[in-house]
Ligand binder design. Structure first.
Ligand code: ATP
Length: 533
């Protein structure tokens, strides 16, 4: 049996998650939520650099998807891709979630440990035991968690009174175990055997009670995805704008899931942000649009700097597909190899052909007609014009996680470099880097601060809406460069004695550390080109 979830011994992804998390805290990218009160599991706050990085990623998505309609390219029908935005509420009528299937079916299988009172997602637990050993003990560990795996190995070796080789060990997901096998299983943090309960369904939706009367009848939910806010507004958008199928509706915003085991930093949080598109098309065109979206979304992430072997596109096998998607064109995930998933990958974005499942559900539950009248289709009438056709559009859904995107960009950018003062630099694509440029007077005298401030003001006016323009006149220039390396600022411009004589400034490139001189008046054009403007 292969062990897909065994922790990595692979050398491709050698970055340490602990180091990355330490930098995120040290430089103000990401903080634990409620940190001064000991934190709260599954919730994270973004600091100044992280908030700007997150905004830059959200803006890049909004710009390329909504404003430029897939960067201005034509769709498979040879026409411009049309996408319009909505901004729907986090709390909706609870019937929305009954219709979508979330009330009945948005469950994760969960197991409890009676000994340690820990709760785990059953599909995130793996088990090891000696091959062919029917009577022996089985040891559970948390998938992709090195410490948990090492502890399970140690317990197994101790039980067997010798060190087993990898070839002698059998691995399988806990969900594959029978009830009898569960009785001889030791939980990840437990000492006793058989303390794990059978997996039980656990609904992931957070509930709340709007209004003053606190009873079950008034229960509502925090949305677990932004998608349903789009489906329930489909008719409103069609009736109030001049869009015609094929077109898409896009939305970004917070989603909430009471994840059983939030972990891996922001990767699995209980509050997170999504960037979702529901693209409506005629059922006959769904295959072509699915292929279009799948390929373009992969390309989009690559262009933001997630290129190379760390990013893959994975088509789902049929047995992985949601029930409604089985008849569809397919489902694919854009996946990134995070340090904690290596050598495996974790999902950044799912692209799914959802057929007409959601519109049909809302049509049935709300009793409101969701069908679309397409005047360009149907039989040809005597006057030579099509008679038109009523149909429920099919949907292609590219659904991305903003926080997972930020985390992937942070992991990819993190570049250890023992030869520089900071020991590490963040190699962000200039388009998404939170600080776009830094301006430094070499020393705080001889008119240098004034000259530097002149350049700062010019750059703020031109580029300030895209990110910070840093100005720093304290400490040695080496320390200032080091700070910018850790923040991922792509270019530093230093004003020195020569600037006052010949009007040139030093440009320092973050990635190569090379320094060159250019005329100060050329800095805005230089930066605009580097930022791809
Ligand atoms: P997973 O299998 O990892 O739980 P999912 O398939 O349930 O994810 P979707 O429902 O398809 O995820 O949600 C779309 C996107 O939202 C995901 O690709 C991911 O980027 C993001 N996402 C989902 N759950 C979380 C979470 N708990 N924390 C952060 N991001 C999430």
């Amino acid at each position: 049996m292969t062990d897909p979830a065994a922790p990595s011994t692979d050398t491709v992804q050698t970055k340490s998650m602990d180091d990355i998390m330490a930098l995120c805290k040290r430089r103000g990218f990401i903080f634990q939520a409620s940190e001064i009160y000991g934190g709260i599991q599954g919730f994270w706050d973004y600091g100044p650099l992280g908030a700007q990085l997150k905004k830059n990623l959200r803006d890049a998505w909004w710009n390329d998807v909504v404003m430029l309609g897939c960067n201005g390219q034509n769709g498979p029908d040879g026409k411009p891709v049309r996408i319009v935005p909505v901004d729907s509420c986090i709390i909706q009528n609870p019937k929305v979630w009954e219709a979508s299937g979330h009330v009945a079916g948005f469950n994760d299988p969960m197991v409890d440990c009676r000994e340690t009172k820990s709760r785990y997602r059953a599909d995130h637990l793996m088990c090891i035991g000696e091959k062919g050993d029917k009577e022996g003990q089985i040891y559970a560990y948390i998938e992709n968690d090195d410490a948990s795996y090492a502890a399970a190995r140690k317990k197994l070796d101790k039980y067997k009174k010798r060190t087993l080789t990898d070839d002698e060990i059998d691995t399988c997901p806990l969900t594959d175990l029978s009830v009898d096998e569960l009785k001889i299983t030791v939980g990840p943090d437990a000492k006793e055997v058989g303390t794990l309960t059978e997996p039980r369904a656990f609904n992931l939706m957070f509930d709340t009670i709007p209004g003053p009367i606190r009873n079950e009848d008034n229960k509502a939910y925090l949305r677990p995805e932004t998608a349903q806010g789009i489906f329930i507004n489909f008719k409103n958008v069609v009736d109030t704008t001049r869009v015609s199928v094929p077109f898409g509706i896009a939305q970004t915003g917070k989603a909430f899931r009471n994840e059983v085991t939030p972990r891996n930093f922001t990767f699995r949080s209980r509050e997170f942000e999504q960037m979702e598109i529901e693209f409506f098309c005629h059922p006959d065109d769904a295959r072509a649009w699915y292929a279009f979206w799948r390929d373009w979304r992969m390309q989009w992430w690559q262009e933001l700097g997630l290129a190379g072997d760390n990013l893959i596109m994975r088509e789902h096998d049929t047995d992985e597909l949601a029930h409604y998607a089985k008849e569809g064109a397919g489902t694919a995930d854009v996946e990134y190899r995070f340090p904690f998933t290596a050598p495996g990958y974790g999902e950044l974005e799912g692209i799914a052909h959802r057929t007409d499942f959601d519109l049909k559900q809302h049509q049935q539950h709300s009793k409101k007609k969701m069908e679309y009248f397409d005047p360009s289709r149907g039989e040809i009438a005597k006057n030579g014009q099509p008679k038109g056709e009523w149909y429920l559009p099919h949907v292609i859904e590219p659904s991305a996680g903003l926080d997972r995107g930020v985390l992937a960009l942070i992991c990819e950018a993190y570049t250890p470099d023992p030869d520089r003062a900071s020991g590490v630099f963040m190699k962000f694509h200039p388009r998404i880097s939170p600080i776009k440029a830094a301006v430094f007077p070499l020393v705080k005298k001889d008119g240098m601060p004034e000259k530097a401030d002149e350049l700062r003001r010019t750059l703020v006016k031109k580029f300030g809406h895209l990110g910070a323009i840093e100005f720093d006149e304290k400490q040695s220039i080496g320390k200032r460069y080091a700070r910018m390396d850790e923040a991922g600022c792509p270019f530093c411009f230093t004003i020195d004695g020569d600037t006052l004589n010949d009007g040139t400034v030093t440009v320092r490139d973050r990635d190569t550390q090379e320094q060159s001189r250019i005329p100060m008046e050329e800095v805005p054009a230089f930066l605009a080109e580097k930022l791809g403007l």
